[in-house]
Design a protein around this ligand. Structure first.
Ligand SMILES: [Zn+2]
Length: 187
Protein backbone atom coordinates (compact mmCIF):
# COMPACT_ATOMS: atom_id res chain seq x y z
CA UNK A 1 0.00 0.00 0.00
CA UNK A 2 1.27 3.41 -0.86
CA UNK A 3 2.13 5.85 1.92
CA UNK A 4 2.38 8.86 -0.33
CA UNK A 5 1.47 9.30 -3.92
CA UNK A 6 2.07 12.26 -6.09
CA UNK A 7 -1.41 13.68 -6.81
CA UNK A 8 -0.07 15.79 -9.69
CA UNK A 9 0.28 12.81 -12.02
CA UNK A 10 -2.41 11.51 -14.34
CA UNK A 11 -2.35 7.73 -14.53
CA UNK A 12 -4.35 7.46 -17.75
CA UNK A 13 -1.24 8.07 -19.86
CA UNK A 14 1.04 5.61 -18.14
CA UNK A 15 3.30 3.17 -19.92
CA UNK A 16 3.89 -0.42 -18.71
CA UNK A 17 7.38 0.48 -17.42
CA UNK A 18 5.83 3.05 -15.08
CA UNK A 19 5.08 0.16 -12.73
CA UNK A 20 8.22 -1.73 -11.76
CA UNK A 21 9.80 -3.83 -9.05
CA UNK A 22 12.81 -2.85 -6.99
CA UNK A 23 14.45 -4.69 -4.09
CA UNK A 24 14.02 -3.34 -0.55
CA UNK A 25 17.36 -1.80 0.51
CA UNK A 26 16.82 -3.20 4.02
CA UNK A 27 15.86 -6.82 3.40
CA UNK A 28 15.98 -7.44 -0.35
CA UNK A 29 12.27 -8.20 -0.71
CA UNK A 30 11.02 -7.20 -4.16
CA UNK A 31 8.65 -4.23 -3.90
CA UNK A 32 6.27 -3.09 -6.61
CA UNK A 33 6.49 0.66 -7.17
CA UNK A 34 4.22 2.84 -9.23
CA UNK A 35 6.13 5.82 -10.53
CA UNK A 36 4.10 8.31 -8.50
CA UNK A 37 4.80 6.48 -5.26
CA UNK A 38 7.18 8.55 -3.17
CA UNK A 39 7.61 6.07 -0.33
CA UNK A 40 6.21 2.61 0.33
CA UNK A 41 6.36 0.38 3.36
CA UNK A 42 8.19 -2.87 2.64
CA UNK A 43 5.67 -5.75 2.93
CA UNK A 44 8.37 -7.92 4.51
CA UNK A 45 10.41 -5.81 6.95
CA UNK A 46 7.92 -2.90 7.26
CA UNK A 47 10.61 -0.26 6.75
CA UNK A 48 9.82 2.87 4.74
CA UNK A 49 11.45 2.65 1.33
CA UNK A 50 11.82 5.58 -1.05
CA UNK A 51 10.96 5.06 -4.71
CA UNK A 52 14.36 4.84 -6.44
CA UNK A 53 12.89 6.25 -9.66
CA UNK A 54 10.76 8.98 -8.15
CA UNK A 55 11.51 12.03 -10.25
CA UNK A 56 11.76 15.06 -7.99
CA UNK A 57 11.51 17.22 -11.12
CA UNK A 58 7.75 17.31 -10.78
CA UNK A 59 8.13 18.81 -7.31
CA UNK A 60 9.65 21.89 -8.87
CA UNK A 61 6.36 22.79 -10.50
CA UNK A 62 3.65 20.79 -8.87
CA UNK A 63 1.32 22.83 -6.70
CA UNK A 64 0.78 19.77 -4.51
CA UNK A 65 4.50 19.42 -3.81
CA UNK A 66 4.49 20.95 -0.35
CA UNK A 67 1.46 18.81 0.53
CA UNK A 68 2.99 15.48 -0.45
CA UNK A 69 6.66 16.17 0.16
CA UNK A 70 6.42 18.58 3.07
CA UNK A 71 9.75 20.09 4.04
CA UNK A 72 11.47 17.97 1.41
CA UNK A 73 9.75 20.00 -1.32
CA UNK A 74 11.80 23.03 -0.31
CA UNK A 75 15.04 21.10 -0.56
CA UNK A 76 14.08 19.70 -3.93
CA UNK A 77 12.98 23.08 -5.21
CA UNK A 78 16.36 24.58 -4.31
CA UNK A 79 18.40 22.01 -6.26
CA UNK A 80 20.61 23.57 -8.97
CA UNK A 81 19.13 21.37 -11.70
CA UNK A 82 15.60 22.40 -10.79
CA UNK A 83 16.49 26.07 -10.58
CA UNK A 84 18.17 25.82 -13.94
CA UNK A 85 15.04 24.30 -15.50
CA UNK A 86 12.94 27.08 -14.06
CA UNK A 87 15.37 29.72 -15.28
CA UNK A 88 15.19 28.20 -18.75
CA UNK A 89 11.41 28.46 -18.71
CA UNK A 90 11.51 32.05 -17.41
CA UNK A 91 13.97 32.95 -20.19
CA UNK A 92 11.81 31.32 -22.87
CA UNK A 93 8.85 33.32 -21.62
CA UNK A 94 10.76 36.60 -21.63
CA UNK A 95 12.22 36.15 -25.11
CA UNK A 96 10.11 36.46 -28.26
CA UNK A 97 9.63 33.65 -30.82
CA UNK A 98 11.96 35.48 -33.24
CA UNK A 99 14.70 35.30 -30.62
CA UNK A 100 15.09 31.57 -31.02
CA UNK A 101 18.71 31.82 -32.20
CA UNK A 102 19.55 33.78 -29.09
CA UNK A 103 17.72 31.25 -26.94
CA UNK A 104 19.58 28.34 -28.54
CA UNK A 105 22.87 30.10 -28.02
CA UNK A 106 22.01 30.67 -24.34
CA UNK A 107 20.97 27.04 -23.82
CA UNK A 108 24.21 25.82 -25.41
CA UNK A 109 26.28 28.20 -23.27
CA UNK A 110 24.55 26.93 -20.13
CA UNK A 111 25.22 23.33 -21.14
CA UNK A 112 28.89 24.10 -21.71
CA UNK A 113 29.15 25.95 -18.41
CA UNK A 114 27.58 23.04 -16.57
CA UNK A 115 30.00 20.52 -18.11
CA UNK A 116 32.96 22.76 -17.28
CA UNK A 117 31.80 23.40 -13.72
CA UNK A 118 31.38 19.67 -13.16
CA UNK A 119 34.82 18.96 -14.65
CA UNK A 120 36.36 21.55 -12.33
CA UNK A 121 34.25 20.37 -9.38
CA UNK A 122 32.79 23.84 -8.97
CA UNK A 123 29.25 24.59 -7.85
CA UNK A 124 27.41 24.80 -11.22
CA UNK A 125 24.48 27.07 -10.36
CA UNK A 126 26.19 30.47 -10.65
CA UNK A 127 28.15 29.86 -13.88
CA UNK A 128 25.18 28.06 -15.46
CA UNK A 129 22.74 30.85 -14.59
CA UNK A 130 25.18 33.54 -15.74
CA UNK A 131 25.80 31.74 -19.04
CA UNK A 132 22.09 31.17 -19.56
CA UNK A 133 21.04 34.77 -18.93
CA UNK A 134 24.19 36.65 -19.99
CA UNK A 135 23.94 36.45 -23.80
CA UNK A 136 20.26 37.43 -23.80
CA UNK A 137 20.75 40.22 -21.26
CA UNK A 138 23.54 41.69 -23.37
CA UNK A 139 21.71 41.32 -26.69
CA UNK A 140 18.50 42.78 -25.32
CA UNK A 141 20.05 45.39 -23.04
CA UNK A 142 18.12 44.22 -19.99
CA UNK A 143 18.37 46.39 -16.91
CA UNK A 144 19.71 45.16 -13.57
CA UNK A 145 16.11 45.00 -12.28
CA UNK A 146 14.99 42.89 -15.24
CA UNK A 147 17.83 40.41 -14.78
CA UNK A 148 17.28 40.15 -11.03
CA UNK A 149 13.54 39.65 -11.55
CA UNK A 150 14.23 36.82 -14.01
CA UNK A 151 16.63 35.13 -11.58
CA UNK A 152 14.14 35.60 -8.76
CA UNK A 153 11.39 34.02 -10.85
CA UNK A 154 13.53 30.89 -11.09
CA UNK A 155 13.78 30.72 -7.29
CA UNK A 156 17.33 32.08 -6.95
CA UNK A 157 17.78 33.97 -3.69
CA UNK A 158 18.67 37.69 -3.72
CA UNK A 159 22.25 37.19 -2.57
CA UNK A 160 23.06 34.61 -5.25
CA UNK A 161 21.21 36.65 -7.88
CA UNK A 162 23.39 39.65 -6.99
CA UNK A 163 26.54 37.60 -7.45
CA UNK A 164 25.32 36.33 -10.81
CA UNK A 165 24.52 39.84 -11.95
CA UNK A 166 27.98 41.04 -10.95
CA UNK A 167 29.51 38.36 -13.14
CA UNK A 168 27.44 39.56 -16.10
CA UNK A 169 28.48 43.14 -15.57
CA UNK A 170 32.21 43.23 -15.01
CA UNK A 171 34.79 41.70 -17.32
CA UNK A 172 37.89 42.42 -15.26
CA UNK A 173 37.42 40.17 -12.25
CA UNK A 174 40.01 37.60 -13.31
CA UNK A 175 40.27 36.29 -9.75
CA UNK A 176 36.65 35.14 -9.77
CA UNK A 177 36.66 31.34 -10.12
CA UNK A 178 33.54 31.43 -12.29
CA UNK A 179 34.89 34.01 -14.75
CA UNK A 180 36.86 31.59 -16.93
CA UNK A 181 33.93 29.16 -17.19
CA UNK A 182 31.47 31.89 -18.15
CA UNK A 183 33.83 33.48 -20.67
CA UNK A 184 34.54 30.17 -22.37
CA UNK A 185 30.94 28.99 -22.28
CA UNK A 186 29.55 32.18 -23.80
CA UNK A 187 32.41 32.77 -26.28
ZN1 LIG B 1 12.25 -4.79 3.47
Amino acid sequence: MSIWKCPGQDRSFWKPEDIFESPCPHCGQSIEFWKDDITLRCPNCKQLVGNPRFDPGCAAWCSYASKCLGEMAKTIQSQPQIIRNRLEVALRKKLRPEDHDLLNRSLKAAQKAEAMALAEKTEPLIPVAASLVGPAARAKGWSREEVLALLGEAGIDDNTAGRIYQLLESGNDAGNPYRKIIDQATA
